[in-house]
Design a protein around this ligand. Structure first.
Ligand code: GLA
Length: 396
């Protein structure tokens, strides 16, 4: 079973701390609630979400937790447990973004209101065990935890996929990052012990049981993500350019999702080299997600490993979002017996790799990374053994 983050004593400590720092919480401790939203790791299907394609992420047991007491004064006030930094805003006068962490909460309130969903004020305390800037969706976790906090700590009155879209709108239009739906989807809809297969066009999804005896190991490269937002937007523009060219051959093409391998080949001479390689990544990655699903269904783990490896190569050579540090982590993992497959996860440009590892080989991988990575790269790695977890929820 997936473990619960955080455990009961940590929840107690968080509630206690909120009572210490907030007079409303101190006066009415019985009204305190605690909500949690997980981070996510993507098994496969990278840079496919904004191309109407397929993704296979899982929510994980690292995430963002908010202890809160709902109020009727339309005021949101939140403190970060890490450094006691405090910020807030009025629900009826959410201003423009500030460039601070509060933007994720204010943006979520703004997007909920824009969808006609009622919100409540609260006083809260936020704690996170998700490394930020690591590509594990800490921003989506803050957004979804906020959505629950803004619903007074209860389940928001909207289905989880719609809630994910609202959080994505906060990210795109308020925070100003042009991401796809995958992160908010995984954080909202996660299921313990399962990955989630999402068709980003129809928005149909299903939970896919992870193979027994296999662990998810995340290796953090320790390298800050460089130019992630501008490079991400540049990749989106490359994909749009490719779509425009393919739609000249076949007017039915609305997104790279519609490009078949045959059409891809026909486009080779029509597209500039960069747009062609971006398209080749997306078209082949969609195929690899389906291949991974099929292989998981019949328990063919070596085939799953092949798709993960091929995904990394394609992200490295065609989509060009890897880094020497991520390549080193993948190379180290490739030589560890019992590692099924490894690839970069998330947007790339630094951040983490995901490793599918037979349970009895986890220690070997952790050791290999500890022994070899720093001397190869000069960077300090961090490894996390995670479990697929439930999506955003109340945990008190
Ligand atoms: C980031 C974005 C997602 C997705 C991935 C790449 O995590 O937020 O929407 O595009 O990059 O797969």
């Amino acid at each position: 079973m997936a473990s619960v983050t955080p455990d009961a004593s940590q929840v107690e400590a968080l509630i206690e701390r909120l009572r210490e720092i907030d007079p409303i919480a101190a006066a009415e401790p019985e009204r305190i609630r605690v909500v949690h939203a997980p981070g996510r790791v993507n098994l496969i299907g990278e840079h496919t979400d904004y191309n109407d394609g397929f993704v296979l992420p899982a929510a994980i047991d690292l995430g963002v937790t908010i202890a809160l007491v709902p109020t009727d004064d339309r005021r949101v006030q939140l403190t970060l447990a890490a450094d006691d930094d405090r910020d807030g805003f009025d629900l009826d006068a959410v201003g423009p973004r500030t460039g601070r962490w509060i933007d994720y909460i204010a943006g979520t309130a703004w997007a909920l209101a824009g969808s006609g969903i009622s919100t409540r004020g609260f006083r809260g305390l936020l704690v996170s065990d998700l490394p930020s800037g690591a590509g594990l969706s800490s921003s989506a976790a803050i957004e979804l935890a906020s959505a629950w906090a803004l619903a007074g700590g209860d389940r928001p009155e909207v289905d989880p996929i719609r809630l994910a879209q609202i959080a994505q709108r906060a990210e795109n239009e308020y925070v100003g990052v042009n991401s796809g739906l995958m992160d908010q989807f995984a954080v909202a809809c996660g299921r313990a012990d399962h990955a989630l297969f999402l068709d980003c066009r129809s928005l149909e999804y299903r939970a896919v049981r992870l193979p027994p005896g296999v662990s998810l190991v995340i290796c953090h490269s320790g390298a800050p993500r460089k130019l992630a937002a501008s490079e991400y937007n540049a990749r989106r523009a490359d994909c749009d350019r490719a779509v425009a060219a393919f739609s000249m051959i076949d007017p039915g093409v609305r997104a790279l999702r519609d490009v078949t391998p045959e059409l891809l080949a026909a486009g080779r001479d029509l597209l500039d080299d960069v747009a062609f390689r971006r398209a080749r990544h997306v078209v082949s990655e969609d195929g690899r997600v389906l291949d991974t699903l099929a292989a998981m269904q019949i328990g063919d783990l070596p085939a799953v490993g092949d798709t993960l490896r091929a995904s990394h190569v394609s992200l490295r050579d065609d989509f060009e979002v890897s880094s020497p540090a991520l390549d080193a982590l993948v190379a180290i993992a490739a030589l560890v017996p019992g590692v099924i497959g490894a690839r970069l996860t998330g947007a790339g440009f630094g951040g983490c790799t995901i490793n599918l590892v037979h349970d009895d080989a986890v220690a070997l991988l952790v050791e290999a990374v500890a022994d070899q990575y720093a001397s190869r790269t000069g960077l300090t790695p961090r490894t996390y053994v995670v479990h697929a977890a439930e999506g955003a929820r109340r945990i008190d």
